[in-house]
Design a protein around this ligand. Structure first.
Ligand code: C5P
Length: 224
């Protein structure tokens, strides 16, 4: 499998909208993957739609966060969907990461670090007394220890992650130049993220809100 440069976050409940996203993005000069998250996978037709996709790079963003047995069982339960990538929160703990890795087979297991929607203030509210950078470094070490295939982090922490994690680094928290952050806190432009060392980026609303084809052209222009 060739590594995708851009994963489009297909965050919708509409299969029609996803068909349009795929149609308008599949002949680009760089590899595209499609990320399906909790919204689509839990929608009425989500699972069936994904099961019928052929010759696409797919990413099941389940963001598992549970005890080892449940994480492993959940991965087994979606084996038939043949995802290329699946996510698990690193905060599930080393044992859960190892249990998940044991059953993930040819699906690449991605460890999710601190969400890009959180900042140091939000971490304090939760009760963490380390800052984002320290926590992400610690989590990247755990991902390496559990032999995960990739890490998801904000583009601001790529350099930190790279110190201890040597495989794929996938970064959401991407905004095209001049755009508002919205609910995301730790963001960068696509170009900056790749410059910092991202293997691939995840981009959702910057493409899917408004005029999709115009937004895709804007992304292509920014990546030149
Ligand atoms: O629309 P936007 O580009 O902000 O979407 C980002 C996507 O990446 C969403 O699907 C979100 O669930 C996902 N994601 C994230 N931050 C993480 C992990 C995943 O935004 N740390």
């Amino acid at each position: 499998m060739t590594k995708p440069k851009v994963f489009i976050a297909c965050d919708t409940t509409s299969s029609k909208k996803i068909e349009r996203i795929i149609k308008e993005s599949q002949n680009l000069k760089f590899n595209i993957g499609y990320k399906f998250g909790l919204e689509f996978l839990n929608s009425k037709n989500g699972r069936k739609f994904v099961s019928r996709l052929k010759n696409k790079i797919t990413f099941g963003d389940y963001k598992l966060a549970d005890i080892p047995n449940t994480c492993a069982s959940a991965i087994k339960a979606v084996k038939d969907l043949r995802f290329n990538y699946i996510t698990i929160h690193i905060s599930s703990g080393l044992k859960a990461l190892k249990a998940a890795k044991k059953v993930s087979g040819s699906t690449k297991l991605i460890g999710v670090t601190i969400l890009t929607s959180l900042d140091n203030k939000s971490l304090k509210e939760i009760g963490f007394d380390k800052n984002v950078k320290k926590l992400v470094l610690n989590q990247a070490r755990l991902a390496a220890k559990a032999k995960l295939d990739a890490v998801v982090c904000s583009p601001l922490e790529i350099k930190i992650v790279k110190r201890v994690f040597k495989k794929e680094i996938i970064t959401p928290g991407i905004r095209l130049s001049g755009e508002k952050r919205g609910d995301q806190k730790r963001v960068m432009t696509p170009k900056q993220a790749f410059k910092n060392g991202a293997t691939s980026i995840v981009i959702g609303r910057s493409l899917t809100e408004g005029n999709l084809s115009k937004n895709i052209q804007k992304l292509i222009k920014e990546l030149k």
